[in-house]
Write a protein that binds this ligand. Sequence first.
Ligand code: AMP
Length: 215
Amino acid sequence: MNIILLGPPGAGKGTQARLLVEKHGFVQLSTGDMLRAARTSGTEMGKQVAAVMDRGDLVTDEIVIGLIAEQLDTGAGAKGVIFDGFPRTLAQADALSELLTGRGARLDAVVEMRVDDEAVIRRISGRFTCDRCGEVYHDDTKRPADPEACDKCGENKFKRRADDNADSVRTRLLAYYRETSPLIGYYYAKGQLRSVDGMGEIDAVHTAIESALRP
Ligand code: AMP
């Protein structure tokens, strides 16, 4: 099954993608994670996108489409792919459709996660992740049981994203409304959109996504 998780920054796409990966063995393709990895490893592309990402603007379609094409070519997504943070523009949506068709695959569903803007800002502001396994935590709502160790893998190092600050969050939200939210209408018109309430507890949202994915 190939699925897009669609929603503003902080909607919980990454968290829900990880749950779907654990349960179904899908592969999570997050362009945000790929871009951050490129920055960490210091590639030319990583250097090129750093300032854009920190500001909260979108990097070029060409770069992210290239990253997704590369991943699809590795064949890693044989059991299914969760696209997390991609596509974010209509051009990316069209490119994805072509990439899948060209590989004899298709998009099965687009799940829109509905959240309110204030909640998004609150969620992003307190967010941190495990440095090793990427488990997502929050200062107010989900702290590790032992503050010195990740619940999942025991790692004692956590990190916060450089773009999880008030200015970047506003810019990211603006980019979402300007560039990405038209995809809701686009996929609705194609009969592929399913919307879930993204405001509940993590498990409740997961259950809602599972039922939205049932035929
Ligand atoms: P994310 O981890 O999905 O919140 O993405 C972090 C940042 O990476 C975004 O604010 C953008 O600067 C960049 N980015 C990630 N995915 C895309 C995409 N599909 N198109 C353009 N920029 C992206």
